[in-house]
Design a protein around this ligand. Sequence first.
Ligand SMILES: NC(=O)c1ccc[n+]([C@@H]2O[C@H](COP(=O)([O-])OP(=O)(O)OC[C@H]3O[C@@H](n4cnc5c(N)ncnc54)[C@H](OP(=O)(O)O)[C@@H]3O)[C@@H](O)[C@H]2O)c1
Length: 211
Amino acid sequence: MKIALLGGTGDLGKGLALRLAKLGYEVLVGSRSDEKGKKLASEYSQIAGVEIKGFDNATASELCDIAILTIPWEYAFDTAAQLKEKLKGKIVVSPLVPMKKEKGYFDYVRLPEGSAAEKVASILESKVVSTFHSVPAERFADLNQKVDWDLPMCGDDKEAKETIAEIARKMGFRPLDAGPLKVSSLLESLTPLIINIAVKNKMHDLTIKFI
Ligand SMILES: NC(=O)c1ccc[n+]([C@@H]2O[C@H](COP(=O)([O-])OP(=O)(O)OC[C@H]3O[C@@H](n4cnc5c(N)ncnc54)[C@H](OP(=O)(O)O)[C@@H]3O)[C@@H](O)[C@H]2O)c1
């Protein structure tokens, strides 16, 4: 199965690329620049010990079965719109967290569409699954770190959600179905909450477990 990480050259993309490639998935690192995509893919290959390929985002979208939008939320919607045709009918994962820094804390940014994932779904003709919001990128990219963390996910396409849940399960997560895409704002808004708790309580790289 070919998984494209659009904007996979950044913080969250790194951990996903390393872990998915080690599990045997064909990872396509996408970038605005084909050269940067190939450079980072080569660096990731060295770390993972398996081949990871790099492309521009359009080529990665064309070649993939599943795409994960690992792009800052402010820019992800324009990128999605540009790739609409290439992503048609495919599973697209939104880990997007719309948030902004206020004085001394982060707040969730409420979009008119309800959430970032719903906005992505309104742009694309793809099966959108919303998840990975609560994954701390740096800790996740450390392959010595066991990721036995809970991973809430939501989406309207049951099969697509189960496909992503199975991939997440193989990485070590406990995927948890949180409902339809309509509840995505609840998942997305966990991230500013987690960051605020970490900052205020001098904790690092927090994630979640429901016990
Ligand atoms: N970091 C985390 O811990 C974390 C955790 C959970 C969810 N998330 C979510 O995951 C997404 C990615 O986060 P991140 O921290 O990995 O982001 P990031 O490192 O800041 O950026 C990822 C990539 O986005 C691309 N990019 C930057 N500006 C762009 C633009 N104007 N247009 C198109 N692409 C652009 C860049 O790739 P190229 O220069 O190669 O094109 C960059 O390497 C975000 O939506 C975030 O909310 C992050």
